[in-house]
Design a binder for this molecule. Structure first.
Ligand SMILES: Nc1ncnc2c1ncn2[C@@H]1O[C@H](COP(=O)(O)OP(=O)(O)OP(=O)(O)O)[C@@H](O)[C@H]1O
Length: 351
């Protein structure tokens, strides 16, 4: 496989498919004693079948909370207070029914079938998926049997094959071991096996390589890329690392303070970023052709806490293109900019 580099992200697709999942104006707030935290505040993005949406943004911008909202597993005191999550549910052979996942209560049979069956999630910390008191094998078997009518022996064999498939040596023996016996990289592989053993149509990967060393990181990314191609599933990949986005994503959503501020196919985003925040993020990537000891441009100031959201465009206090009287007065909306991008910035008409 040819390795892409930061300057050579995936070329654009030739055809545009109908989205499998559409997140519309999602709002998820935390009702804390100190006040209401608007963690996700009107985020919108699409996931296309068989493709990878990269969600990128600085720490605290709401990437994880947006992803957990899709599965309705937001931690307390968080609550989804608005928006729609439209999913094209396979209602029968050749039949698709669009459902708003937020119309189902979190503990409903529908959401339990979706969670893990249609949409699986893997995390930075694999131990958050595994229980420490059950063997790896038992846990994968349970996940399989929750979503498929198969007997225990069949599920056991499927689980063993999946461990083999994700590159865990001695899978028959590993099935009987407890998660703490596996190395970080192997535990991550086992979590991927458990997430995919139910054949989900979407995999949400929330910074799954951040806690790993660089070599293992690369192996896990290659594994995810291979499995996605084999399984034909869609993926939402959450990261703050634009290098990983360039390697893996087809489409990108850039988040800032709970909102998507720019959406574009990865190639277009790197080639011609529209939002000043996206430009600043891209400029802060180290370049091989930089002069020795040249300082990297950094984004002025720091991301405000979602409880102290600035008025107007939330990026205006840090924005090099700030227009007084405009950007601090009204919030721009996400609108089409050119043929490929959507951005929310008053530099562009329609926002
Ligand atoms: N349980 C909670 N209670 C209160 N606020 C929370 C809680 N969980 C998350 N938040 C807040 O929601 C906001 C978004 O958090 P989130 O974890 O989605 O950010 P992120 O973009 O995924 O960041 P990171 O890259 O660091 O994981 C943050 O300001 C965070 O402090």
């Amino acid at each position: 496989m040819t390795q892409r580099t930061l300057t050579q992200p995936k070329p654009p697709p030739t055809t545009q498919a109908e989205p499998l999942l559409q997140v519309r104006n999602l709002q998820t707030y935390f009702f804390t004693e100190e006040g209401v935290v608007h963690a996700v505040d009107g985020a919108s993005f699409d996931v296309l079948p068989g493709r990878t949406l990269g969600i990128v943004g600085e720490s605290g911008c709401g990437k994880s909370v947006a992803a957990k909202s899709i599965l309705q597993i937001v931690d307390r005191p968080g609550r989804i207070v608005g928006g729609e999550i439209l999913y094209n549910y396979p209602a029968g052979p050749g039949q698709i029914r669009q459902v708003n996942l937020l119309s189902f209560p979190a503990d409903s049979p529908e959401m339990r079938a979706i969670r893990g069956g249609e949409i699986s999630m893997i995390f930075q910390e694999p131990m958050s998926s595994f229980s420490p008191v059950h063997t790896v094998g038992d846990q994968i078997v349970e996940a399989i049997r929750l979503h498929n009518r198969v007997d225990k022996a069949t599920a056991w064999e499927t689980a063993r094959e999946w461990l083999h498939h994700v590159g865990i040596p001695n899978p028959s023996q590993r099935m009987h071991e407890y998660p703490y016996r596996l190395s970080g990289g192997q535990c991550q592989r086992a979590m991927i096996a458990m997430a995919l053993a139910t054949n989900p149509r979407i995999l949400i990967a929330d910074e799954p390589t951040t806690a790993l060393d660089v070599t293992t990181q690369a192996q896990i990314l290659n594994l995810l890329r291979r499995l996605q191609a084999e399984q034909g599933m869609a993926m939402i990949f959450i990261t703050h690392d634009l290098g990983v986005i360039a390697e893996l994503a087809d489409e990108v959503a850039v988040m800032y303070l709970g909102r998507v501020v720019e959406r574009a196919p990865v190639y277009e985003l790197f080639r011609n970023p529209k939002h000043p925040y996206t430009r600043a993020l891209l400029q802060s990537i180290p370049r091989l052709d930089a002069r020795p000891r040249e300082r990297l441009p950094s984004i002025e100031g720091s991301i405000p806490h979602p409880q102290n959201r600035p008025p107007g465009c939330p990026f205006h206090p840090r924005c090099p293109d700030f227009m007084p009287g405009v950007c601090d007065q009204r919030e721009p909306r996400l609108a089409a900019v050119g043929d490929h991008h959507e951005a929310s910035c008053f530099l562009y008409p329609g926002c």
